[in-house]
Ligand binder design. Structure first.
Ligand code: ADP
Ligand code: MG
Length: 229
């Protein structure tokens, strides 16, 4: 059993964070047909297309620019989304990444405490920008429970992989719960009760992202490639 203080010092290197988001982006891109079908039921059917454009651009930037801080990776991914995606989600998913890194001291490794703190700021940024709260049938319904789970796991001294597993489970739960909700934002708003039974597209993307983050980091752990301070 590793002592708590040591477990908290598990971290990802810059290159691992770059590979992580290339993997996450690819997983979202691969989900394009699903996301487009889901958005088609209660939206305009473009969510998968937008996410593909955003993550393709983000992956290109990750691969071609010489980023030396974790902060700049988050910032550049967000910027790529905001300037290329369009739609409500371009600004909102872009803001998630940009707000995560905003006003944070520069870091060149990423541990659970920092990831939890980044996501907390990202969530607050999306809420400030889009004004949606929990229960409004948006991406917030997956993002908020996942972010809370990650922060609670840190408070409880859980290790990085266990924390990501609970965050991923909470995101999925939140995504599934959007089926029962009436939309207060976005295109599904005008459908009222008719949106019930359909899950939200943005919440689905968030769930896919957290599942991918967990899978990638768990794999690093299995390969013995996770770093410890
Ligand atoms: P658009 O609605 O412009 O077609 P997308 O289809 O790409 O954009 O994205 C729709 C998703 O954006 C929704 O499923 C929802 O999760 C999210 N969304 C829409 N409005 C908001 C908002 N105000 N706050 C948070 N998320 C929102
Ligand atoms: Mg749409």
């Amino acid at each position: 059993m590793v002592p708590n203080e040591d477990r908290l010092k598990t971290y990802l290197t810059i290159d691992q964070v770059k590979d992580l988001f290339i993997y996450v982006g690819q997983r979202v891109i691969d989900s394009k047909p699903l996301l487009t079908t889901i958005d088609g039921a209660i939206g305009d059917g473009d969510h998968g297309i937008g996410m593909e454009v955003g993550f393709k651009k983000a992956i290109e930037v990750i691969k071609t620019s010489n980023m030396t801080t974790i902060n700049s990776i988050f910032f550049e991914i967000g910027k790529a989304m905001i300037s290329n995606m369009g739609g409500a989600s371009g600004v909102l998913f872009g803001t998630l990444f940009v707000a995560s890194a905003k006003d944070k001291p520069s870091i060149n490794k990423l541990n659970l405490e920092q990831l939890a703190s980044f996501l907390h700021s990202g969530l607050e940024g999306v809420k400030a920008r889009g004004k949606a709260e929990l229960g409004d049938k948006t991406m917030i319904d997956a993002l908020e429970p996942a972010t809370i789970a990650l922060n609670e796991a840190f408070q409880k001294n859980e290790d990085l992989v266990a924390a990501l597993k609970s965050a991923s489970e909470k995101a999925q739960e939140g995504m599934e719960n959007t089926r029962n909700l009436i939309a207060k934002f976005g295109r599904a708003k005008s459908l009222g009760e008719r949106a019930i039974g359909h899950q939200d597209a943005g919440a689905t993307t968030i769930s896919i992202m957290f599942e991918a983050i967990y899978t990638f980091v768990n794999e690093l752990q299995n390969k013995g490639e996770l770093q410890h301070e």
